[in-house]
Write a protein that binds this ligand. Structure first.
Ligand code: GCW
Length: 674
C-alpha cells in the first residue's frame, strides 16, 4: 500500500490485551444482510490487532462469549431505546446463557459508527466486559468540503493531488474506500467532492457525462453512511442548458434545475445536494439578475426538495474589488450585512454556511456575528482544516484548540449560554438542518495530509462535529494513542506540541488578530504590506505611530453586529480581549497592555518566543526517535526544521517592519534588522 491508514492502522495490541479479546472476536454474529463493510472492518481489526480471523454468523449463537451486531429491530433481545438515525449502542450483557457484546442502532449506518467506535475503545484500553455506551451525534450535518478540481489540482491543497479527480476524470480505487473508512470512523456523513469555485470543466460535473461515474462513487460512500454533494455554478443553465439567463425567478431557469435534479437523483437516489458559492469572488449568483440570495437559494432548494436534497449556500460574500483608499467599507461587516436582512426568508432545506470569522480563516479572528445574528436560518459553521493561512502543512499548527474556543464562544443571542456549539447543533434556535463543514486537508500524499501530525486536524474536526462538547485534550490523546500506540513519552510530547502549536504559530506570525501579512496569491510566508494596497479589503493601515482598523462604534461600526455584552466589550480598548486587539482597534505602538509592556515590545517579544517554541518542538520530537515509525519520524522532523527556518523569517520580517515603522528598538537589544 502506498499510503498509511492514519488512526486506522490497527497495530498489534500487547499480548495480554489481545489474549483477553480472542474469545470475544472468534465468533461474530451479524444479523444484517449485505453487511460486508461491517465484516471487513471487524476482520481487519481482529487479524491485525488481535491476531485471529473471526468466524461470522448471521444468527444468534450458543457460545460463552461473542459479539452480536444488528439493528435494534433485528435483535432477538428487545431493547427499548430511541437512537435516531445515527445513534448507536455498545453494551455487554448476558442473554440466553451467553455473554454478548452488542453493537446496535436503528440503521445500517449507525452500525458502521458503532463498529468503528468499538474498535476505538478497545484500542484505547476500555474493558470489553463492561461496555455500556450510547452515542448520538449532536449535529446533523458533518461535512467535508474538498476544494478539488477536475484536473487533479486542489485549491489551497498542501498534501499532493486530488484523490477524487485526475485529468478530468473521476478516480475510483481502493483509496476511495479507505477514505470513506477514515471519514466514517470519525462520524463524517457528507462530502462535497469538488471546489466551490466551479469554473471551466467543473461546471459539467452535473452533466450526464459524469453522473454514471459519480453514481459509483456514491455507492462506495453510501456503504459508510456518507452522502455525496457537489458544488455547482449558479449560471449552469446558461453554460449547460443553453438558456440566455440564470435568473432564479425565470421559470425556464427553475425548470432547468428541476429537470437537472431529477436526472441526478435517477443516478444517485440519496444525493446530498448542492454547495453554492454565489456572488462571491467572481462566481455568478442571483445579484447578477437583481435577485437576492434567498431568491437564488430557494429556487435551487425547490428543485431538490422533492428528493430530500439540501442547498448549502455560502455566506462568504464581500466586495473583492475594494479601493484601499476607501475607509468606510469594512470587509468584516459584509457577511452580516448581506445575510442578516434575509433571516427567515430561506426555505427549510437551505443552509447558510458561514466561515468561523468575518474575514477568511486567519490564525485568529473573532467569531462571525452571524452566529447568534440569524435565528430563523439554518447554519453550518465552516472551518478550514487545510492550513491555507496557518502554515500550509509545513508548519505544525493543530487547529482543534482554536475550534474549541470558537465552539465555546457565548454569543449571548438568547442571553448567557448561547454558545456557538449550541447554534451549530441546532438546539439554541431549535433548528434541524445545522452542522459543520471543514475544508479538507487531504490529498494523495502517503500520509493523506502532507504533515503527518496534520492528521490530528482532520481527526479533531470529525470528533468535534460529532460532539462539540468533547474536551480537546481528550481528542488529542485519542488521536495520539490510535496513531502511535500506548507509549507514554509519545503521548506526553506529541500532545504538548499539538496543544501549544496554534499559539506558537500565532506568536511568530500575526498576533493580536492582525492577520493578512502574507504573500499575496499563495499566502505562504511573511509580507507585511502584501495585501495593504490591493482590492481585497484586508488592511491593517500601519503608519509610524499606530496600527489596526478601528472597527468600533466610532469607526466602521463592526462591533455593533454583536449582542451585548460583546458589543461593549469589543468596543472598548480596555476591555477588548488582547488577542483580538488589532482586529477591533487602531492602537498606538506605545499603548500599554495589561502586562504593563507596550504593544510594540510585546510584538517583538512574541516573535522571539514563537521561534523559541518551535526549537522546543524539535527537541520534543527528537526525543521520540525509535518510538514512532521511522518514516513518520523523518518526515515530521524535516517539516519541523522547515518550520523553524520559516518561523525565523516571519520573526525577522515582521519585527523589522515594526522597527522601521517606529524607529523604537527592542528593549532587550536582540537582533532586529535595521
Ligand atoms: O480563503 C479564500 C481562498 C480561496 C477560496 C475562498 C473561498 C475556494 O483564498 O482560495 O476559494 O477563500 O473560501 O471561497
Amino acid at each position: 500500500m502506498d499510503y498509511r491508514m492514519c488512526w486506522l492502522e490497527y497495530r498489534g495490541l500487547p499480548a495480554d490485551a489481545a489474549g483477553k479479546l480472542k474469545d470475544w472476536f472468534s465468533s461474530v454474529s451479524i444479523l444484517e444482510p449485505g453487511s460486508s463493510v461491517l465484516k471487513d472492518e471487524i476482520r481487519r481489526f481482529s487479524e491485525r490487532s488481535i491476531g485471529i480471523t473471526p468466524r461470522f454468523y448471521s444468527r444468534p449463537l450458543k457460545k460463552e462469549k461473542y459479539i452480536m451486531v444488528g439493528r435494534l429491530e433485528s435483535l432477538p433481545i428487545k431493547l427499548d431505546e430511541n437512537l435516531g438515525e445515527e445513534g448507536f449502542m455498545l453494551r455487554t450483557l448476558e442473554w440466553n446463557g451467553s455473554k454478548i457484546l452488542l453493537v446496535t442502532g436503528e440503521t445500517k449506518k449507525a452500525l458502521v459508527y458503532g463498529i468503528f467506535d468499538l474498535m476505538k475503545r478497545i484500542r484505547l484500553g476500555e474493558d470489553i466486559e463492561k461496555m455500556n455506551v450510547l452515542e448520538k451525534p449532536k449535529a446533523k450535518f458533518r461535512m467535508l468540503n474538498h476544494w478539488d478540481n477536475l484536473d487533479g489540482t486542489i485549491e489551497r491543497g498542501y498534501a499532493g493531488n486530488s484523490i477524487f479527480f485526475k485529468d478530468n476524470r473521476i478516480i475510483i480505487n481502493q483509496r476511495t474506500q479507505d477514505y470513506a473508512r477514515l471519514l466514517a470512523s470519525i462520524g463524517i456523513n457528507g462530502v462535497v467532492i469538488n471546489n466551490v469555485n466551479v469554473k471551466k470543466r467543473e461546471v459539467y460535473l452535473i452533466d450526464s457525462i459524469y453522473l454514471k461515474r459519480l453514481k459509483k462513487l456514491a455507492d462506495i460512500f453510501r456503504e459508510y453512511g456518507i452522502k455525496i454533494y457537489l458544488s455547482i455554478n449558479f449560471a449552469s443553465p446558461v453554460y449547460l442548458g443553453g438558456l440566455d439567463t440564470a435568473d432564479p425567478l425565470d421559470e425556464r431557469v427553475a425548470r432547468w434545475w428541476r429537470e437537472k435534479a431529477r436526472e441526478i437523483y435517477d443516478y444517485i437516489p440519496d444525493f446530498g445536494g448542492f454547495l453554492v458559492k454565489a456572488d462571491s469572488e467572481f462566481n455568478p449568483g442571483p445579484h447578477m439578475f437583481g435577485r437576492t440570495h434567498a431568491e437564488g437559494a430557494n429556487m435551487l432548494a425547490r428543485a431538490l426538495a422533492p428528493f430530500g436534497g439540501v442547498v448549502i449556500w455560502r455566506a462568504f460574500v464581500y466586495n473583492c474589488l475594494q479601493d484601499w483608499r476607501d475607509y468606510k467599507t469594512d470587509r468584516a461587516k459584509a457577511a452580516y450585512d448581506n445575510f442578516k436582512p434575509l433571516d427567515g426568508q430561506f426555505d427549510d432545506n437551505v443552509i447558510i454556511q458561514i466561515k468561523y470569522g468575518p474575514m477568511d480563516f486567519q490564525v485568529r479572528e473573532p467569531v462571525n456575528p452571524l452566529f447568534g445574528g440569524m435565528e430563523r436560518t439554518n447554519q453550518i459553521l465552516e472551518l478550514q482544516i487545510t492550513q491555507e493561512y496557518t502554515g500550509q502543512q509545513i508548519h505544525l499548527c493543530f487547529l482543534g484548540t482554536l475550534w474549541k474556543e470558537i465552539l465555546e464562544f457565548d454569543t449571548f443571542a438568547k442571553g448567557e449560554g448561547s454558545y456557538v456549539k449550541r447554534i451549530v447543533d441546532g438546539t439554541l434556535f431549535d433548528r434541524e438542518n445545522n452542522g459543520f463543514a471543514g475544508v479538507s486537508n487531504v490529498g494523495d500524499s502517503v500520509n493523506w495530509t502532507g504533515h503527518d501530525l496534520a492528521q490530528a486536524n482532520l481527526y479533531a474536526f470529525g470528533r468535534l462535529a460529532w460532539n462539540p462538547d468533547e474536551e480537546i485534550e481528550r481528542i488529542v490523546e485519542e488521536w495520539i494513542k490510535l496513531t502511535f500506540g500506548d507509549d507514554e513519552k509519545v503521548l506526553e510530547n506529541v500532545s504538548y506540541m499539538l496543544m501549544k502549536s496554534h499559539r506558537t504559530y500565532e506568536k511568530y506570525t500575526t498576533p493580536f488578530g492582525l492577520g493578512w501579512m502574507v504573500n499575496p496569491g499563495h499566502h505562504y510566508g511573511p509580507n507585511p504590506e502584501g495585501y495593504e494596497y490591493s482590492k481585497w479589503g484586508t488592511y491593517h493601515r500601519a503608519n509610524w505611530e499606530a496600527i489596526g482598523v478601528d472597527r468600533t462604534s466610532r469607526g466602521t461600526g463592526y462591533t455593533l453586529q454583536y449582542h451585548s455584552p460583546w458589543k461593549e466589550i469589543y468596543d472598548d480598548i480596555n476591555t477588548c480581549p488582547e488577542d483580538l486587539l488589532l482586529f477591533f482597534h487602531r492602537v498606538r505602538y506605545d499603548h500599554r497592555l495589561k502586562s504593563g509592556k507596550t504593544l510594540l515590545q510585546t510584538m517583538y517579544d512574541l516573535h522571539f518566543e514563537g521561534v523559541e517554541e518551535v526549537e522546543e518542538f524539535i527537541k520534543k520530537w527528537e526525543e521520540l526517535k525509535d518510538r514512532v515509525p521511522p518514516d513518520i519520524f523523518e518526515r515530521v522532523k524535516e517539516r519541523l526544521h522547515m518550520q523553524l527556518e520559516h518561523a525565523k523569517e516571519w520573526r525577522d520580517v515582521i519585527n523589522t517592519y515594526f522597527y522601521r515603522r517606529t524607529g523604537i528598538p527592542d528593549e532587550k537589544g536582540r537582533k532586529i534588522y535595521p
